[in-house]
Design a protein around this ligand. Structure first.
Ligand code: PEP
Ligand code: MG
Length: 586
């Protein structure tokens, strides 16, 4: 795909999700929309050319699959070799291809429309199969046909591994992205990310922020307004992107880029860097624990540099999402062991897999759900996949001998689920002779019913961590991925503050630690409010840590307590925002 646009300077605007600037060639990724293709029927003038287009796409798909198979052969991944072999066989399905060729000849219509219809029919056949294993094969069938469609339409998607073929890093421009998409990207080839649609608390935003990749969202029609190969300057500090930047833009970038480089930490010795930060406390001497949220080993170093007291949230699903196949017990245990060792005995909160909803695993067949945000996520899913749950838990419990582990259970809704999980943990400890007192167990408070009635949960666990990202989406019934619902996710709403205050109080009454690990804690003024509400432990993005620490160290607990009381008396989020504006964050 080469640019045919004239080199006219074009400005695009959006909402910044991760700070920084990037300059490079654009690289487009688009998801296939079967729904759109199914209704996009149009006549073709040149039937022979249309059939030739189909043949080219089939040939291209065959070459890609063969290349991929050779690649994974080299990596010695037998399952994947088998899947790719089966996909090649599917591609050679003469009956299907003949049927499409005949229809193009008879009806003179576009090929993608016909393929989209074929996929739908095959989908219906698979959905009715009794055998679950056979039913799960549909994903492989779908995958090969989607690949064929992408080649036909000349669009790329992460699953095709387009980054292997890139020789220089690019600025990624995508219509939408799932966490599993971003986790599969070759990060050293990505300078920046522009997404047409996605909210600032989406998991993609969280990953981009934590990896320090400049990113911007809400850029309508980005994938149609520019082409792969266009020069692109992204300023994710201001939410601006310039296609075909001129000399002035480039001169500006030259200066800014140096400024950004200068801000990077110089050394890489985590232990020394952490020692350089005195413990965080308010001016009247109240200690506030500042932990980091991480998803990978490379972020441990950054957390230590930023002076994190520990890891308040290790999203274990990011380890799974960064792989092409299910990790072995050994590989996963090694991962946690490495994190624990790097943290030098500091506390590490490992959250059990929170997959489902917007975080599907490419290699795990999940039930199709109408509304996955209200469906099989986190613990609900793990309890239904006992083999996965046991292997996953085992890897954490085995690694726990290398450091201080807190086990965090995501998406807890009922005492029944919690009790079942505690029983599984108890049984595994007994089976593998792991002392139960070697680690603490806690839950995410992220579903309204748990926040509204925490006492019974507090009695059963050692700590709780409030997941404000989900709690807010469920309290306001406004999906966190949807940017157009931003006005309903009222983080500053007094009702939220009163609820958080109640959870903090319950923690105090039960002598249990309460932390906040949602994005709210990364905001320097919201962090002040949280402390006023009674929270003493925050877990946040490592790059937000210095600013949050400075902000806290400027205020007394007495003043923050007063601030929170005032905010809780208010009626509206806007009033709380106005109150916070009077503060000096740092
Ligand atoms: C949350 O819901 O606030 C949270 C920290 O978890 P996640 O963002 O991974 O859902
Ligand atoms: Mg959550």
């Amino acid at each position: 795909m080469h640019s045919e646009t004239t080199a006219k300077r074009l400005e695009l605007t959006g909402i910044p999700i991760a700070p920084g600037c990037a300059l490079g060639k654009a690289h487009l990724l688009r998801q296939i929309s079967l729904e759109a293709l199914e209704v996009n029927l149009f006549p073709v003038q040149d039937v022979a050319a249309e059939i030739a287009r189909l043949e080219r796409a089939v040939q291209q798909t065959r070459t890609q699959l063969e290349e991929l198979r050779a690649q994974v052969h080299a990596d010695d991944s037998r399952d994947l070799v088998g899947i790719l072999g089966a996909q090649l066989t599917l591609l050679e399905d003469a009956e299907l291809l003949d049927k499409i060729r005949d229809t193009i000849r008879d009806r003179a219509v576009n090929t993608e429309y016909l393929i989209a219809h074929e996929i739908r029919q095959i989908e219906a056949v698979f959905r009715n199969l009794k055998d679950e294993v056979m039913r799960s094969r549909f994903l492989d069938v779908q995958d090969v046909h989607h690949r064929l469609l992408r080649n036909l339409l000349e669009i790329e998607h992460v699953r095709t591994n387009p980054f292997r073929r890139l020789t220089a890093p690019v600025v990624l421009v995508a219509d939408r992205m799932l966490p599993s998409d971003i986790a599969l990207l070759e990060l050293d080839k990505i300078l920046g990310i522009i997404i047409e649609e996605g909210s600032t608390v989406s998991h993609v935003a969280i990953i981009a922020k934590s990896l320090g990749i400049p990113a911007m969202t809400e850029v309508p029609h980005a994938t149609t307004r520019l082409r792969s190969g266009d020069d692109l300057l992204l300023n994710a500090d201001t939410g601006q992107a310039i296609v075909h930047p001129d000399e002035n833009d480039l001169a500006w970038y030259g200066k800014t880029h140096h400024h950004h480089l200068a801000r990077r930490p110089a050394g890489r010795n985590g232990r020394k860097a952490a020692e350089a930060h005195p413990p965080c406390q308010t001016t009247d001497g109240v200690r506030i624990t500042l932990d980091a949220n991480i998803g990978s080993l490379r972020e441990v170093d950054e957390a230590l540099h930023a002076g994190a007291d520990g890891i308040g949230l290790l999203r274990s699903e990011f380890f799974y999402l960064s792989r092409q196949e299910m990790p072995t017990l050994e590989a996963e245990t090694d991962f946690y062991r490495d994190v624990l060792r790097s943290m030098h005995k500091r506390q590490v909160t490992i959250r059990l897999l929170d997959i489902g909803a917007d975080k599907p695993l490419p290699y795990l067949q999940l039930p199709q759900e109408e509304n996955p945000q209200l469906g099989m996520r986190g613990i609900r899913l793990l309890l239904r996949t006992p083999d996965l749950l046991k292997r996953h838990l085992r890897s954490i419990l085995h690694a726990s001998e290398h450091g201080t582990v807190r086990l965090l259970l995501p998406f807890i809704t009922t005492l029944h689920d919690l009790d079942r999980m505690l029983a599984v943990i108890h049984d595994l400890c007994r089976e593998d002779q792991i002392p139960r007192e070697r680690f603490h167990v806690g839950i995410m408070v992220e579903i309204p019913v748990v926040a509204l009635d925490t006492d019974p949960f507090m009695r059963r666990v050692d700590f709780v961590s409030i997941g404000t990202n989900d709690l807010i989406q469920y309290l306001f019934a406004a999906c966190r991925e949807a940017s157009h619902l931003q006005e309903y996710r009222l983080t500053h709403h007094p009702a939220i503050l009163r609820l958080l205050h109640a959870v903090a109080n319950a923690g105090k009454a039960h002598g249990k630690s309460v932390s906040v690990c949602g994005e709210m804690a990364s905001d320097p003024t919201m962090a002040l409010l949280l402390i006023g509400l009674g929270i003493r432990n925050l877990s946040l993005q490592a790059n937000a840590l210095p600013q949050v620490r400075t902000s806290i160290q400027k205020h007394s607990l007495a003043a923050l307590d007063k601030l929170a009381r005032e905010a809780m008396e208010m009626d509206r989020a806007e009033e709380v925002l106005a109150l916070l504006k009077q503060l000096q964050p740092g």
